[in-house]
Design a protein around this ligand. Structure first.
Ligand code: UD1
Length: 462
């Protein structure tokens, strides 16, 4: 059998470090970039590169990472963060024994691409090296390990705190991204010795161990330093977010989305936009938001976890976990709250608020109003100032409005209550009982009148 077919690559992601420079109660790797924890990006890159679930090393201080990724990831506990070498030792204990190739990534380097991880792994195999490490030359050398090289061969890595002035000036830096021959690593991981300066086990000592065994250690060089920059504090987090944000915006522009001022558009990595969507300036789209072709999202809109159909017009509005069908107009200043479902062709105007309610097709709710815990049929007119009084101080109650009903301005619908299809309420009605078919509810509390008779009277009055 060819050697390649027996290759089994597993990625280990180190995420047990405390990340104290974030000055946060939250583990560093759970801080978000464009709506997703930074660890999520590297998990995805590892999975894409290896086709398998990565093994994430966490510590009691970063326990929350387990809850953040309930699926598609294996975990391994490092009892105490005693250095990168100790973290790798812990990982090997939890690793499948048939793994032939091991990739080691850092949870705080979220912009690494799967293609980079694959290229690193390929190079190690073609070099026949025990260990290959990624070397880059960023302008800011920070505390990266300095890589002492002899051409392609890596001689040793000197940590900044241990480096002499000559070594400090070395421009080749260790990005913290490694490929190992798993068998060799297993045989040598127990040989690491605590650093005299810190008492930590340094993963980088493996360079010396491999060379002592007569094995090659090689450098994989990468030009793009933004991809490899680790995140240690919130300044670096903001810089990485700006890079990633632009990549996301650019991807959508190239895929057929118009943006009048892309620099002011904020899109989470998870947002899905069809061709010919238009985003005006100052638009924020978050989470699992999906928008259909031909829809225009106007300036000042914020949309969270919502699905919007085709050819809609959203004006300066806020949508949260809402569903909007095709050709709907929303806003300005409307607020769709979780569970709002808006039928095709409906129109919601200024200060319309909808929560946990279905608004039927072509229904109009133009002016300041609240519809909560309600089912509103098709072709309903909801007058200005209408309120579903859904809460009696103890429990929430439902309002049902049938197809073609007419709700007069300033109607209070005191739930539970039903307005039948084709029925009506007069302006200012306080509706405490169901409105039967053909009736109009008038007054406070509302009395029922025959809808046709009432309409005839109104004609006479005019
Ligand atoms: C390490 C390298 C350094 C390299 C740098 C790249 C060592 C000794 N030095 O620096 O040469 O330039 O990475 O970022 O390896 N972690 C654990 N457990 C621990 C300690 C760290 O899981 O006990 C994790 C961290 O969460 C992080 C990664 O390992 O994801 C790197 O740790 P960090 O402390 O940032 O790196 P250094 O050791 O300073």
């Amino acid at each position: 059998m060819p050697a390649a077919s027996t290759t089994r690559t597993v990625a280990v992601i180190l995420a047990a470090g405390l990340g104290t420079r974030m000055r946060s109660k939250r583990p560093k790797v759970l801080h978000e970039l464009c709506g997703r924890p930074m660890l999520g990006y590297i998990i995805e890159a590892a999975r894409a590169a290896t086709g398998a679930a990565p093994l994430v090393v966490y510590s009691p201080a970063t326990e929350a990472v387990r809850d953040a990724f309930p699926e598609g990831v294996d975990f391994c506990l490092q009892e105490e963060p005693r250095g990168t070498g100790d973290a790798l030792r812990a990982a090997l204990g939890g690793l499948a024994t048939d793994a032939t190739d091991l990739l080691v990534l850092s949870g705080d380097t979220p912009l690494v691409r799967p293609a980079t991880v694959e290229a690193l792994s390929r190079q190690r195999r073609s070099d026949g090296a025990a260990m290959t490490l990624t070397v880059f030359r960023p302008d800011d050398a920070r505390a990266y390990g300095r890589v002492v090289r002899d051409g392609r061969e890596v001689v040793r890595i000197v940590e900044k705190k241990d480096a002499n002035p000559g070594e400090l000036a070395i421009e080749d830096l260790n990005a913290g991204l490694y490929a190992f021959e798993a068998g060799w690593l297993r045989s040598r991981i127990r040989s690491l010795t605590p650093s005299a300066a810190t008492g930590e086990l340094y993963l980088t000592e493996l360079v010396a161990l491999a060379r002592a065994d007569g094995r090659r250690v090689t450098a994989y060089e990468l030009e793009d330093d933004a991809e490899l920059m680790g995140i240690d504090d919130r300044v670096q987090l903001a810089t990485a977010e700006a890079d990633l944000r632009w990549q996301i915006v650019e991807g959508h522009l190239l895929a057929g989305v118009t943006m009048t001022d892309p620099a002011t558009v904020y899109l989470d990595a998870t947002v899905d936009l069809a061709e010919d969507v238009t985003l005006e300036a100052n638009v924020i789209l978050r989470g699992a938001t999906r928008i259909g072709s031909g829809t225009v999202v106007g300036s000042g809109s914020q949309v969270f976890d919502s699905v919007i159909g085709e050819r809609c017009r959203i004006w300066a509005s806020v949508l949260e976990s809402a569903e909007v069908e095709d050709e709907v107009q929303i806003g300005p200043f409307a607020h769709l709250r979780p569970g709002a479902s808006i039928g095709a062709g409906a129109k919601l105007g200024n200060f319309a608020e909808v929560k946990k309610s279905r608004i039927g097709a072509r229904t109009q709710q133009h002016h300041f109003s609240y519809v909560g815990d309600a089912t509103v049929g098709d072709d309903v007119n909801i007058g200005a100032g209408t309120v579903t009084a859904n809460y009696d101080g103890r429990a929430k109650h439902q309002t049902v409005i049938g197809d073609g009903a007419f709700i007069g301005s300033d109607t209070m619908l005191v739930a539970p209550v039903e307005v039948a299809a084709g029925a009506a309420t007069a302006a200012g009605a306080v509706v405490t009982r169901d409105v039967p078919p053909g009736k109009v509810a008038i007054g406070m509390p509302a009395r029922m009148r025959d809808r046709k008779a009432r309409a005839a009277e109104a004609d006479d009055e005019h």
